[in-house]
Design a protein around this ligand. Structure first.
Ligand code: ZN
Ligand code: ZN
Length: 256
């Protein structure tokens, strides 16, 4: 699997960090996890083949995680030499169909019937969604908004967990236990805590409990970058650690 953190920022707009988006290549699949505002600019800027997305996964309904969905649909419909015909699967929490219906009321029915086959899956907690080619997607509710979920992507004996936006949850850590890569939000410093988001201290505790083989932090508000994030994490988790940036890339070789 190959993960590229396309957008590592938040609703606090900065030039360096676009809103949340992750690109994940898993076998023959190309998954986009969240597509916050700015995604449509970052994907081509990073040289990622945006026409070839096979799966779109949404963690929750804040615009910094899905704001570029209409722009992407418009690009796939009108922005390619040959309009898209390849099928696409959209995976999201319960309520995703309603979100698409409301977007269609604003933009037009082409959101629901864009001209290529779209399968919508409102994934249930604990459901294991096999999407073919040996890739399995799972979701777990997280404490952020009522619909918010984290995702697990498994393939070839390897597992990536992406928290989306979340508050601290020991159950989430247990669910992510021993994953190969834990991509977690790390929003704000402990001096500015906000319910439904994590501080570096909470990320450290999450990692201590989950013991991922690689910890990667994303969704950073500017104030959190003024504290010693790595130093705080190191007090509880000594495994491989990266603070992501837009375009940060990790490859995970498949196991036996
Ligand atoms: Zn967010
Ligand atoms: Zn959010």
């Amino acid at each position: 699997m190959r993960l590229v953190t396309v957008g590592t920022g938040t609703v606090a707009l900065t030039a360096e960090r676009s809103r949340s988006c992750q690109w994940l290549e898993a076998g023959s699949h190309r998954l986009l996890m969240d597509c916050g505002s700015g995604t449509a600019q970052r994907l081509p800027a990073l040289g990622l083949p945006w026409p070839l997305v096979t799966h779109l996964l949404l963690t929750h309904f804040h615009p910094d995680h899905h704001g570029d969905l209409p722009t992407l649909f418009q690009a796939w419909k009108h922005g390619m030499m040959t309009p898209r015909s390849a099928p696409m699967t959209i995976v999201g929490p319960v309520g995703t169909w309603g979100l698409l219906e409301r977007l269609a009321q604003a933009y037009g029915d082409w959101i629901l019937a864009p001209g290529w086959p779209v399968t919508l899956v409102e994934i249930q907690p604990g459901e294991r969604l096999s999407v073919g080619d040996g890739t399995v997607i799972e979701a777990r509710p997280v404490p952020h908004t009522v619909e918010s979920v984290a995702y697990s992507i498994e393939r070839g004996g390897r597992r990536i967990v992406y928290t989306g936006d979340t508050g601290f949850d020991a159950g989430l850590a247990a669910w992510a236990r021993d994953c190969d890569l834990l991509l977690t939000e790390c929003s704000l410093p402990a001096s500015m805590p906000v319910a439904g988001h994590l501080t570096p201290e909470e990320c450290a505790e999450l990692a201590r409990l989950a013991q991922p083989r690689h910890l990667v932090l994303t969704h950073l508000y500017p104030p959190v970058e003024r504290v010693d994030i790595a130093g705080i994490i190191r007090e509880k988790f000594t495994g491989p650690l990266d603070v992501a940036f837009d375009g940060f890339e990790v490859r995970i070789e498949e196991g036996e």
